[in-house]
Design a protein. Structure first.
Lengths: 324, 292, 461
């Protein structure tokens, strides 16, 4: 992060990110931008848990759904201002993340994966069947938007972009601080060798619970953002497919890296758009076929995803390798 | 006088037998290779589609027997190809995480390729008994369902005999118990891997034919057997074949009884609730793990 | 950290390029957006709707299109998930700049998408979704070319009150708005006619094992079991009811009676009932007959179901409204308003019947009939049994399984292929001479034995 050239690049990128929705008047692209930012938060939070801490959570959609339902229900039933609801949704998700973290202290690999899937599935069934509260599969519609201030209304894609951007920046900042700190290093040590980490004095239990809580908070936060943006939520938010989406984005971008999920989320959100032209020709939904194929190919031949590939290319050219 | 309780137990046992069959394949693969295959249920889906095509081409009894054989052979062969192509090259360097994610990718891929090639239209297999029913006083069931149950049991028993008597069967068990020791004893570990994966996949394919006979066949049908098989496998202890057999029946009966007497809406949650409880109390499942 | 900035720059560049690609090339045809669950478990039904729409599209474009310009359909996949539906609708509205939004299958999706379209001041014409909420919110741009759920079930309600008069009923519904809305309506009617509700069960879309619920239902033994379900689930329920030897009068909405359904259930679904707008059942109507003929010409060997007919009507209404709106100005907002105004005065005779919108944008002129699946000429098919003036058959009380079983045991086993063909060649359905009482039982057996010997195949696939 030194040198005027890099500073300039950074400033340019920041300016571009800020100006992006103004450069693009197409509201559908703006919508995709907002969605990709929400998924940046969601995928990054999954990445923190699975990529950095090595805890395979296949029920991350549970946090997404808890955040969305909490914030939406608080606003609809109790009139809690959505700005507060966003964080309350996150906190409730964090609480449930802590609870889910407890069994994970003793479980790993497929055991943890199935337990977390079970957790999300049970919650999905609750959302489907507690009709008096959640309206079941019909979902909650008419979720109030984020209230505006200074005359800015957060009902359009353009304005919401900045809210989502701020959220993503906050999340990425937190993740960066966490993973760069001693805490993050211990996490990685734990991921590589749990017993070894414990033997050098890393308290794995405490770390796991903390990571579960933080990751769940941002999972819930992104769900709450989605609820107030889309203004409609349904039990599908809790389904395995949402988790798989975060998983695919992160792995294709680069598991265990900060930028990986960001690249993956933006890329895959727009990929489905690009594939529309293919779909018009072949007349079928090829998006998921390509997701699946990309996932397999990435793990088999491109470990580290796009970020890993980029780093290898740079290393191949013999340039200085900077810290991640 | 019909007994609701007995009827539900019978329903549960029939579904449970198919769960067992599919889960045994999964647990075998895990026991020997430490692979948790999330695409296992999609092998069942492919097996079911093999039956659809065989029965369209050759209806009646012969087609039925043929489709069982073809599903086992076809899916088993596919299992070998997938093991060689996807799982083998990374066996040495991957972690649990990579391997599970490869199988998730395979799951997404197979499900959607099936949609592309077979279409979304659901199908059912014709019943060679003309849907004949058995009314046995205390409960009723169809001849076909009973046959499915018996077939599942026979396949499981044959597998047990193979694993305990045949040379390669014993080699598979030895590898599951201790890979290094087995290697030292002169077992060709790669052959064992291929055989296990083929056998496990073939079982999934057979289970798929039976599952398709009891229920319906469509491209996304694989997700349900995958999750059920994992629940069963964990309940029985991953890698424990006998555990998986018993747990399959336990899950089937628990689901129907729970659905009947506790809550119909949360029927699919029952398996998950059981494993969460079991894992909190006995982390290695009801029947323990095969290794360690 | 530099690669972050590089990545962002690269992404921005990609976006810019894709934007440039979009703005190039002004479209000559008039674009109509079509929403539907084209992937996922309802993909099959959505494709039926699409087939109907493609037929309408062919017909419109063969006549030189609308005001000299061809129509073009742009499809958006909702996968029956509200979030995906909203994204697809947004894409169609702001990216493809469609003039009108048509199609629409799942109610939960359409409640959301109609709101999106209304906010964009784009007319949205819903084809299939039946939840009353869609048109009851006073949205000015929302129309629906099919009956909503109370209308759909009105015929069955009358039939229950006047013909069946059940003492006990049970509900076995899909856990969706579709199932829950239906239950509300029927529950109210049951209260009115004094039928006791014994129990209500729900199942998840995609469930395959219904033996638990059916065993319980069997114990309760209701006169009527309401069963709102989609094709696959409904077919499996019929099959498993047979396997568990459970007899009841099944009543659904009727959407399940598709070609795939009969292929799966064969004679097992006999006596099941629903409410239906099946075009093939209303062949007395020349407009409907013309639609069926055209459909079978375009898709040989297939039979238009309710969704095909609803899809066809949907696009025809849209095309008609665009035509009456006159020459388009090119200003999308103005054109959309013009089409909306034209839609309000729609008055067409189409495959479902007369289509005229009420002030709420809902069609009030399409009346579904009550149908029952009956087995005639070796084919199980639906026949209108109520109201009497439209009836093509008499209501038959479902007999216990054993005599039905006797019938089934005869034919050669496992013949499944091509059992169900287009209804074109079949003669007009003959009603059974006796009313559906216990006395008709023996007669029924005779008719079936007759069928058995003179049919060379059973549709037990």
């Amino acid at each position: 992060m030194t040198g005027p050239r890099q500073k300039l690049l950074w400033a340019l990128a920041a300016a571009l990110t800020l100006a992006l929705p103004w450069l693009i008047s197409d509201r559908y692209i703006q919508h995709l931008l907002v969605m990709s930012l929400i998924f940046v938060i969601f995928a990054s939070s999954w990445n923190l848990l699975t990529g950095y801490a090595g805890q395979l959570n296949l029920g991350h959609a549970a946090f997404f759904g808890i955040g969305a339902y909490t914030s939406a229900l608080l606003a609809l039933k109790l009139g809690v201002p959505p700005w507060i609801g966003l964080f309350l949704g996150g906190f409730l998700a964090a609480g449930s993340g802590f609870v889910l973290g407890i069994p994970s202290l003793r479980l790993s690999g497929p055991y943890l994966a199935i337990t977390t899937i079970g957790f999300a599935e049970i919650l999905r069934l609750v959302a489907m069947n507690w009709v008096s509260l959640t309206r079941g599969s019909l979902g909650l519609y008419g979720v109030p938007p984020l209230p505006g201030f200074f005359g800015i209304q957060f009902t359009t894609e353009l304005t919401f972009y900045y809210v989502a951007l701020a959220g993503a920046a906050l999340a990425l900042f937190c993740f960066r601080r966490l993973t760069r700190s001693e805490f993050g290093l211990s996490l990685q040590a734990m991921r590589e060798d749990e017993q070894g980490a414990e033997s050098i004095g890393v308290s794995t239990n405490r770390f796991k619970l903390t990571v579960f809580t933080v990751s769940a908070f941002f999972g819930g936060f992104s769900g709450a953002l989605l609820a107030h943006y889309q203004r409609l939520i349904s039990p599908d938010l809790l389904s395995l497919h949402e988790t798989f989406q975060a998983l695919t984005m992160t792995i294709i971008g680069g598991l265990g890296t900060l930028t990986g999920p960001v690249i993956g989320a933006v890329l895959l959100t727009f990929l489905s758009e690009g594939l529309r032209f293919v779909e018009d020709v072949v007349k079928i939904d090829v998006r998921l076929i390509i997701y699946g194929a990309l996932l397999v190919v990435t793990i088999l031949f491109m470990r580290g995803g796009i970020v890993g590939l980029w780093e290898r290319l740079r290393a191949g050219r013999g340039q200085d390798t900077e810290e991640r | 006088m019909e007994s609701l309780f007995l009827q539900q137990v019978v329903n549960g046992l029939i579904v449970g037998s198919v769960y067992s069959l599919i889960a045994v394949g999964l647990t075998m693969i895990f026991g020997v290779m430490r692979i948790s295959n999330f695409a296992h249920g999609d092998f069942s889906m492919l097996g079911a589609y093999v039956a659809v095509f065989i029965l369209a081409w050759l209806p009646g009894w012969l087609g039925w027997v043929g489709s069982l054989l073809a599903a086992a052979a076809g899916v088993g062969l596919l299992g070998i190809l997938i093991e060689r192509g996807l799982f083998r090259p990374l066996l040495t360097r991957w972690t649990d995480l990579d391997q599970i994610m490869v199988s998730i990718g395979l799951f997404i891929l197979l499900e959607n390729l099936a949609q592309l090639f077979f279409g979304a239209t659901p199908r059912m297999l014709p019943d060679p008994f003309g849907e004949a029913t058995l009314n046995l006083g205390l409960f009723s069931t169809s001849v076909m369902r009973l046959l499915c149950f018996i077939l599942a049991l026979v396949i499981i028993i044959l597998l047990q005999i193979y694993l305990n008597r045949a040379r390669m069967g014993v080699a598979i068990q030895a590898t599951a118990q201790n890979r290094k020791a087995a290697q030292l004893m002169g077992i060709n570990i790669n052959r064992v891997y291929s055989l296990t994966f083929a056998l496990g996949s073939a079982l999934a394919g057979l289970g798929g034919v039976l599952y398709g006979t009891l229920f319906a066949i469509y491209p996304t049908m694989g997700a349900m057997p995958t999750l059920k098989a994992f629940v069963v496998t964990i309940l029985g202890g991953m890698g424990n074949i006998r555990g998986a057999i018993f747990s399959g029946f336990i899950l089937g009966v628990a689901e129907t009884l729970g659905g009947s007497y506790i809550s119909m809406e949360y029927k699919h949650a029952i398996g998950f609730i059981i494993i969460i409880l079991v894992l909190l109390i006995i982390p290695h499942g009801l029947f323990g793990r095969s290794e360690e | 950290m530099r690669k972050v900035s590089v990545a962002i720059l690269a992404l921005a560049l990609c976006l810019g390029l894709s934007l440039a690609a979009v703005s190039a090339g002004a479209a000559e045809p008039i674009k109509v957006g079509i929403l539907g669950p084209f992937t996922g478990s309802l993909a099959h039904n959505a494709s039926e709707m699409k087939k109907g729409m493609m037929l309408a599209l062919d017909q419109v474009n063969a006549k030189g299109g609308v005001n000299g310009r061809p129509l073009e359909l742009v499809f958006g996949d909702s996968s029956c998930k509200p979030a995906n539906g909203v994204a697809a609708a947004k894409k169609l509205l702001s990216r493809d700049k469609v003039l009108v939004l048509g199609g629409g299958y799942c109610s939960s999706v359409n409640i959301a998408t109609s709101e999106v379209a209304n906010a964009e001041k784009t007319p949205v014409v819903v084809a299939i979704a039946i939840s009353p909420t869609i048109t009851s919110r006073g949205l000015k741009y929302v129309f629906r070319t099919s009956p909503n759920s109370p209308m759909f079930l009105e015929g069955i309600n009358q039939w229950l009150a006047q013909v069946k008069k059940p003492k006990t009923v049970a509900f076995f519904m899909e856990n969706s708005d579709y199932g829950r809305d239906g239950q509300k309506i029927w529950e109210a009617q049951c209260k009115k006619i004094g039928a006791k509700v014994l129990s209500s069960f729900y199942f998840e879309i995609g469930d395959t094992d219904f033996t638990t619920q059916i065993s319980k239902l069997k114990k309760l033994n209701p006169d009527v079991t309401f069963n709102i379900a989609s094709t696959t689930e409904a077919a499996l329920i019929q099959k498993q009811a047979k396997e568990l030897n459970f007899v009841t009068q099944w009543i659904g909405v009727g959407g399940q009676f598709t070609q795939a359904y009969f292929k799966m259930t064969g004679p097992l679904s006999e006596f099941a009932m629903g409410s239906s707008l099946e075009p093939t059942k209303a062949m007395k109507d020349p407009v409907t007959a013309a639609f069926v003929t055209a459909y079978q010409k375009k898709y040989p060997g297939s039979r238009p179901g309710i969704f095909s007919s609803q899809g066809y009507d949907n696009l025809m209404v849209i095309a008609d409204a665009i035509k009456r709106a006159g020459k388009l100005t090119g200003d999308l907002a103005k054109d959309r308003d013009k089409v909306r105004d034209a839609l309000k005065t729609t008055d067409l005779k189409l495959s479902q019947g007369t289509i005229k919108f009420g002030p709420d944008g809902q069609v009030h002129t399409v009346f579904p009939s009550v149908v029952q699946v009956q087995l005639k000429n070796c084919q199980s098919d639906t026949y209108i049994i109520y109201p009497p003036e439209r009836a093509a058959a008499k209501y038959l009380v479902p007999p216990p399984w054993p005599p039905r079983l006797f019938m089934l045991r005869w034919g050669p086993p496992g013949r499944g292929r091509g059992a169900l063909t287009a209804p074109g060649g079949r003669g007009a359905p003959r009603p059974y001479p006796l009313r559906g009482t216990g006395a008709s039982f023996v007669f029924l057996l005779l008719v079936r034995t007759w069928n058995r010997f003179f049919c060379n195949k059973w549709s037990t696939a």
